[in-house]
Design a protein around this ligand. Structure first.
Ligand code: SF4
Ligand code: SF4
Length: 227
């Protein structure tokens, strides 16, 4: 899931100072789980805006805010009038959800209320850990399923480095060394021989932005496309 956090209120106030009426759009998936774009957060922002003398013409929690077509259909059915009345749309989801609104409302200003931080796993309620950096060429098969690109601050493909100390990382003693974790995991599953494989440098050039994938036709990604 995409991990988001609420932006600084002052930053939002500066962005919206020229507008009077707002439509608030949340997302029932990641932003709801991060408590940045579900019903309670929409209610809180509505109250905040109204205290500042602004009008909230309506709000909606999209099922999946980054799904352009689905969100378009939902909003058309539920919120057309409220959207028409609003000067500005505030999107309480990730940056992808914000850009759904930019695509749907070409003639209205759209502002994010959140910062999008990383792709994360929810380990407990409201606790998130980054586990994958979306590198495009997964190497988990040789690392016992632990990602060194993400879990090692240096992103070492072969490790550990010389700084590992009693299982901890030299960058921060609060972090377990990713490569010690990988070693221990491989040991437990009788795959220590995988440590002997040297991982070649990744071809980062193949991870060009913007990536895309069309699974309806032949699968393709940014790396297959001309720059
Ligand atoms: S190697 Fe790590 S960053 Fe790359 S896809 Fe796999 S889990 Fe994600
Ligand atoms: S100590 Fe381990 S986790 Fe830290 S930078 Fe070195 S290899 Fe990576």
């Amino acid at each position: 899931m995409i991990i988001t956090k609420r932006r600084d209120v002052k930053e939002l106030q500066e962005n919206i100072k020229d507008y009077k009426s707002f439509f608030l759009l949340g997302c029932s998936e990641c932003a709801t789980l991060c408590a940045t774009g579900g019903e309670p957060e929409i209610k809180a922002l509505k109250e905040e805006l109204e205290k500042q003398g602004k009008e909230v013409t309506g709000s909606f929690v999209a099922k999946t805010g980054c799904q352009v077509l689905g969100t378009k259909v939902e909003l058309k059915k539920s919120s057309k009038e409220a959207l028409d009345k609003a000067d500005c749309i505030l999107v309480m989801s990730c940056g992808a959800g914000t850009q759904t609104s930019v695509e749907l409302f070409e003639d209205k200003p759209v502002y994010p209320t959140n910062d999008s931080l990383f792709l994360g796993n929810m380990t407990r309620m409201q606790m998130f850990d980054e586990r994958c950096s979306l590198c495009g060429e997964c190497i988990l098969d040789g690392t016992g399923g632990i990602c060194p690109i993400t879990a090692c601050p240096k992103g070492l493909l072969n490790g550990p480095c010389g700084g590992t100390n009693e299982g901890k990382c030299e960058v921060s003693s609060e972090i377990d060394c990713a490569w010690v974790r990988i070693y221990n995991r491989l040991s437990k599953i009788n795959r220590l021989k995988d440590m002997e494989q040297i991982v070649e440098p990744k071809n980062w050039a193949s991870h060009r932005k913007p990536m895309n994938l069309n699974t309806r036709e032949k699968a393709s990604s940014g790396k297959d496309k001309p720059v």
